[in-house]
Design a protein around this ligand. Structure first.
Ligand SMILES: NC(=O)c1ccc[n+]([C@@H]2O[C@H](COP(=O)([O-])OP(=O)(O)OC[C@H]3O[C@@H](n4cnc5c(N)ncnc54)[C@H](OP(=O)(O)O)[C@@H]3O)[C@@H](O)[C@H]2O)c1
Length: 288
């Protein structure tokens, strides 16, 4: 399994990245992460383990998530890519709304540059289409930010195939971030499209499948999910098998699992080296 992906043709990233969203106050990923110093340690540990692709967004915190990343990692070591998103505003734990107006996107981007302590954001993603704003206007704003040198590459999130194609007519699209995991494969046509076009596909919620509910411990013998059964055979947790399955699913997939646990971080990084045999994959892909 190739372990790196070249985003936009010039950003090589290890395909096991890290999603930082959970390093925020709870509930609702609102406010600063209460264990700020251990959150910074976790981010530094991720980089030590080889992670060089970290996903965040303006509304995580809002803002605090970008701040803990820069507090831990700036000035960034060569090759570390921090990707963020604009286009969603959060004013309370349960008050989240799309804002894709061009002037808002410019403001979000400037704030992210400042908080991340960057001169240019390597990959800036439109977080979500705003039904109140023509999609082409939101994408056009990102194209202008790219032309102005504020961002290097444009990505999209929570989009349909038709929207990806519409955006591609305006600006090169270098990544797509939609919900996709072992149990939720509705995005299969988009994964295949991204693979054909050399676009990075960043599945969010890669571990969000049902077997990961805390009430269903992953490694117990009683867990008869296909992920757990394959995991037991190869000496891995069901979570690791879920991540390894995603990496096998397509060479364009770059993972951003989120964790606040050093143990889970290590397990997730190790999942990038798991080899799934043809037999394992057949069992995991069996219908029914
Ligand atoms: N674009 C969007 O709209 C959008 C939406 C949601 C998320 N995202 C991005 O996607 C990233 C990942 O999403 P996510 O955090 O919602 O889902 P996820 O990565 O699928 O799941 C995270 C959950 O799994 C647990 N976990 C992590 N590693 C584990 C392991 N090895 N074994 C068992 N449990 C494990 C974590 O708990 P512990 O902390 O206990 O490990 C946490 O509860 C986010 O950080 C964010 O960057 C984007």
């Amino acid at each position: 399994m190739k372990s790196t992906f070249m985003i936009g043709g010039d950003l090589p990233v290890f395909r096991m990245g890290y999603g930082a969203m959970r390093l925020c106050g709870q509930p609702g990923n609102f406010g600063p992460y209460p264990e700020w110093e251990s959150g910074k340690e976790l981010l530094r540990r991720a980089v030590e383990l080889g992670v060089n692709f970290i996903d965040t967004a303006h509304p995580y915190g809002p803002g605090f998530n970008e701040e803990i990343i820069s507090d831990a990692l700036a000035p960034y070591s060569g090759g570390t890519v921090v990707t963020t998103k604009g286009g969603v505003e959060k004013t309370a734990p349960d008050k989240v709304f799309a804002d894709g107006k061009p002037e808002s996107l410019r403001r979000f981007c400037e704030a992210s540059l400042r908080r991340l302590r960057l001169d240019r954001i390597d990959l800036y993603q439109l977080h979500k289409p705003d039904s109140a704003v023509p999609f082409c206007e939101s994408v056009g704003a990102l194209a202008e930010l790219r032309d102005a040198g504020k961002i290097r590459h444009v990505g999209l999130s929570n989009v349909s195939l038709a929207q990806i194609c519409e955006a591609e007519a305006i600006v090169p699209v270098c990544s797509v971030q939609n919900r996709y995991n072992f149990e939720e494969r509705g995005d299969d046509p988009i994964v295949d499209y991204c693979e054909r076009k050399g676009i990075a596909y960043l599945p969010w919620g890669p571990l969000a499948a049902k077997p990961f509910a805390p009430e269903a411990p992953l490694t117990e013998d009683s867990d008869t999910s296909r992920l757990a059964m394959v995991g037991r055979r190869i000496g891995a947790t069901a979570g690791q098998v879920a991540l390894a399955w995603l990496l096998e699913r397509s060479s364009c997939i770059v993972l951003i699992p989120g964790t606040t646990s050093p143990k889970h971080l290590m397990e997730n990084v190790q999942a990038a080296s798991l080899e799934l045999s043809r037999e394992d994959l057949a069992e995991l892909n069996a219908v029914g």
